[in-house]
Design a protein around this ligand. Structure first.
Ligand SMILES: Nc1nc2c(c(=O)[nH]1)N[C@H]1C(S)=C(S)[C@@H](COP(=O)(O)O)O[C@H]1N2
Ligand SMILES: [Mo]
Length: 249
């Protein structure tokens, strides 16, 4: 007879087996632990961090699997938000984002900005993956960009670094931990399906966090901040907007 393992048993067994991992990452629970309303975070976060191989890759598809892909949420920061921001974004867009830069700051030894041209000189990765939106649809696309780990290596994160908070032109933010930040499939994408990333899909640069739901893939990136304390972006972040911080799939 097959022994049934309850989710709770699986969780406890898993947590017990990650001693070595817990030494490096002292928290086995997500930063949102403690809120009854966020118990879903605790299960998926602990299960992913404890039960799965640490750097498991999500499935990658072939070109024949690419599907149509709706644009969701903000589809043009140049026509939404404050007039100043809309003007800034429109100006950058009409200059083909030559003036756009990504700022990388916080707990790093060499804070700096990267132009699009500079990002394209860093090692790139192309992957065809399935995007899952919390609204219930999925779509498959090919993404090309710089692994976030390559950017973090370029600026040199300090030993206390634990999270990367991303900020966007349409005033959203969200954060991921270092495990997701250095996951090989976590990339800052400037290309989609072999072309420049379009405005509806987040031009000039968007995040892809392939092991989490689609809303963690922030479009219209502006700034990355490395922190040692949990920071979800406050009123701009997922939690303040009623979404879970960790949405492993
Ligand atoms: N800056 C920003 N990023 C965002 C959003 C947004 O509205 N603004 N929507 C999120 C949601 S809910 C999803 S499903 C995906 C959609 O990406 P797409 O528009 O390329 O389909 O982007 C995510 N990232
Ligand atoms: Mo979404």
């Amino acid at each position: 007879m097959r022994r049934k393992v309850t989710r709770r048993q699986a969780l406890v067994t898993g947590l017990a087996s990650v001693g070595g991992f817990a030494l490096r990452y002292p928290r086995s629970f997500p930063p949102t632990y403690g809120s009854l309303l966020r118990m879903g975070d605790n299960l998926t976060y602990a299960a992913h961090r404890a039960l799965l191989p640490q750097q498991a890759l999500v499935k990658e598809y072939g070109e024949a699997d690419i599907t149509s892909f709706p644009a969701i949420g903000t589809t043009n920061p140049g026509s939404s938000g404050t007039p100043e921001r809309a003007r800034d974004y429109s100006r950058m867009e009409s200059a083909l984002f030559a003036e756009w830069t990504l700022s990388v700051e916080g707990l790093v030894s060499r804070p700096r900005t990267f132009s699009l041209a500079e990002l394209k000189q860093l090692p790139s990765r192309t992957q065809i993956t399935r995007h899952a939106c919390e609204e219930g649809w999925t779509a498959i696309a090919q993404w090309t960009g710089v692994p976030m780990g390559a950017i973090l290596d370029a600026v040199g994160i300090l030993p206390a670094a634990r999270f990367v908070v991303s900020y966007s032109y349409d005033d959203f933010a969200n954060s991921i931990d270092m495990l997701d930040a250095f996951h090989p499939q976590t990339i800052l994408a400037y290309g989609m399906n072999g072309r420049q990333l379009s405005v509806p899909h987040g031009a000039p640069l968007r995040l892809r966090v392939e092991r989490q739901l689609g809303y963690k893939g922030l479009k219209y990136l502006q700034r990355l901040v490395v922190t040692n304390e949990f920071d979800d972006g406050g009123t701009k972040g997922d939690l303040a907007n009623g979404w879970a911080w960790y949405t492993g799939i």
